[in-house]
Design a protein around this ligand. Structure first.
Ligand SMILES: Nc1ncnc2c1ncn2[C@@H]1O[C@H](COP(=O)(O)OP(=O)(O)OP(=O)(O)O)[C@@H](O)[C@H]1O
Ligand SMILES: [Mg+2]
Length: 240
């Protein structure tokens, strides 16, 4: 089954910003065709973990494998060529460029097929097609997030890494973004995501990791973690 294929494997990763490590000995796996979530309290190191995987900070220890290949310590621009697309929460589009220009830029590592890929992505994101000639700065927050997702997908990544893609958006847009993420997952991409709304995130995640104080705390199927007392008490809250 295609969703058995491990796209990303992180083993014992330790990283930080020059001082004491922020994440320590973290391990996780993300499979193609699955949504893998990282949840945990503020400051747990979720964004730091994503940055270490995407090559924005260099791990002090541990290994990162993409499709079985050791990519540990490679800088971000080389990781893109190895199949890692990372969408940061902010500054994820070029505001002065048009939608189409942003997508062209997103495809810079492609040898060919930029135009065809843009047309494919316009099918997935019809709003972007309508807005193709508008500057990104004139888009709504939700549309801008869609553009950031599409830009990441220009390289046909094995792994799409998303740090709070619906941060700051209205509930309506949050729902729409989950719809798109589910569609992206269905194209056999491994989606690795951090999101604020833990309950909603666990509903969508085939597998989720709870990160606390920079370390692996728990892992399991999203639906199972929604039933876990510790997870519910600390990170989800009960529906009353
Ligand atoms: N650029 C940086 N330089 C130094 N320390 C940083 C930097 N970015 C984050 N930190 C520290 O790393 C720790 C973990 O932060 P991180 O942003 O990874 O947490 P997070 O789990 O993503 O939190 P949140 O849920 O609030 O987004 C925090 O103590 C934070 O202050
Ligand atoms: Mg964060």
């Amino acid at each position: 089954m295609s969703n058995e294929i491990v796209a990303l494997s992180i083993q014992g990763l330790t990283a930080g910003y020059g001082g004491p490590p922020i994440i320590e000995q973290v391990s996780l796996t993300a499979r193609r065709g699955a949504i893998t979530a990282i949840v945990g309290p503020n400051g747990a190191g979720k964004s730091t973990l994503l940055k270490a995987v995407a090559g924005l900070i260099r791990p002090a220890a541990g290994k990162v494998f993409v499709e079985g290949q050791d990519v540990t310590g490679l800088p971000a621009e080389r990781l893109v060529r190895r199949g890692i697309a990372y969408i940061p929460q902010v500054e994820n589009v070029f505001p002065d460029l048009t939608v189409r220009e942003n997508l062209d830029m997103g495809g810079y590592v492609r040898k060919s097929g930029v135009r065809e890929r843009i047309e494919q992505l316009f099918l997935l994101f019809p709003d972007l097609k309508v807005a193709a000639h508008r500057r990104a700065s004139t888009l709504s927050g939700g549309q801008r997030t869609m553009l950031a997702l599409a830009r990441g997908l220009m390289v046909d990544p094995a792994v799409l890494i998303l740090d709070e893609p619906s941060g700051g958006l209205s509930p309506k847009f949050q729902g729409l973004i989950w719809e798109r993420i589910e569609q992206i997952r269905a194209t056999n991409v491994a989606v690795l995501i951090v999101e604020q709304n833990t309950r909603e995130t666990l509903r969508h995640a085939q597998w989720a990791y709870v990160l606390v104080l920079g370390r692996n705390r728990l892992e399991g199927a999203g639906h199972d973690l929604l039933e876990d007392d510790e997870v519910v008490n600390l990170y989800v809250g009960r529906l009353t």
